[in-house]
Design a protein. Structure first.
Length: 286
């Protein structure tokens, strides 16, 4: 396995065989959720393909006062973890490789997808995500890119960017990997104290409650999840929303079909996000 490559990767080329080049984009501090993405990338690439893992803490997606400076970094530890799960190349560019002229003048705009939910609470966040994702796609030149479904709005925005800008990369979502207690795996879980972690379990409990109420219509889903969150001590909710899984628009009260129940909340000073797919049935009037 090669690592810490500083410049763009060459295309696989005609002699590379029938395999694909698959990429997993990360900011490091790798956990089992990331490693599952790499395993899935290995399966997508095939035995003759190539799996590239990028590690780059992207300043464009952090707002002032967020944890850019303290975000966990452990490149050597990350490379050691990747050695056993099928990665061929670790692409860990420096800031001047990704943004050679400093802060980029031209950026990708997430449009209305970037104005709601995460975009409302973290203005410009998804613009920064899409800008670096597109840059890394150009630098790595993958056939397929894999993203975790935990960051549901991010995945939706990347899919829309690839579609709208005619980027010739297949985007695949990989189901959320959870801790044994149900908490979605995240690099930011390391910030949680034992007490805060216990409080954070309200997020997956709320999502399960909402999914269990799917037969009572959209408002029933929201009400069931909200009840769990409202009863959780020390959890401050940024948003709880039931949205269309393609547009991120809030669903109407009479909606039925596939939807995503999304939550963002803080346990202590740590902000966490999570989501649950829900098959909503219209509320039966009695």
């Amino acid at each position: 396995m090669r690592w810490a490559i500083a410049g763009p990767l060459e295309p696989a080329g005609p002699d590379a065989g029938p395999g694909k080049r698959a990429v997993v984009m990360t900011m490091g501090a790798l956990h089992d959720g990331h490693l599952e993405l790499v395993r899935r990338a290995r399966a997508e690439a095939g035995p003759n393909g190539q799996v590239v893992v990028t590690i780059f803490v992207n300043p464009l997606q952090f707002a002032a006062g967020e944890d850019l400076d303290t975000y966990p970094r452990d490149l050597e530890g990350d490379v050691a973890k990747l050695a056993g799960v099928g990665a061929d190349v670790v692409f860990a560019p420096t800031l001047d490789v990704v943004y050679p002229d400093g802060d980029p003048v031209v950026r990708v705009a997430a449009g209305r997808i970037g104005d709601v939910l995460e975009g409302e609470h973290r203005p410009g966040h998804l613009d920064g995500v899409l800008t670096v994702v597109l840059k890394l796609m150009h630098l790595v030149r993958p056939d397929v890119a894999l993203f975790g479904e935990k960051d549901a709005q991010q995945l939706l925005a990347v899919r829309r960017m690839v579609r709208d800008l005619e980027v010739s990369v297949e985007v695949l979502g990989v189901p959320t990997v959870r801790e044994p207690d149900g908490l979605a795996m995240s690099s930011r879980n390391a910030y949680l104290s034992a007490d805060e972690r216990e409080r954070a379990l309200a997020l997956p409990r709320a999502l399960r409650a909402g999914a269990d109420a799917a037969g009572s219509g959209p408002q029933g889903v929201i009400n069931a999840a909200r009840q769990v969150l409202d009863s959780a001590d020390g959890v401050v909710v940024d948003y709880l929303a039931l949205v269309d899984p393609v547009t991120a628009d809030a669903v109407a009260d009479d909606y039925s079909g596939h939807a995503l129940l999304l939550v963002a909340a803080r346990a202590g000073t740590t902000r966490l996000i999570d989501n649950q797919a829900v098959e909503v049935s219209p509320e039966v009037q009695r």
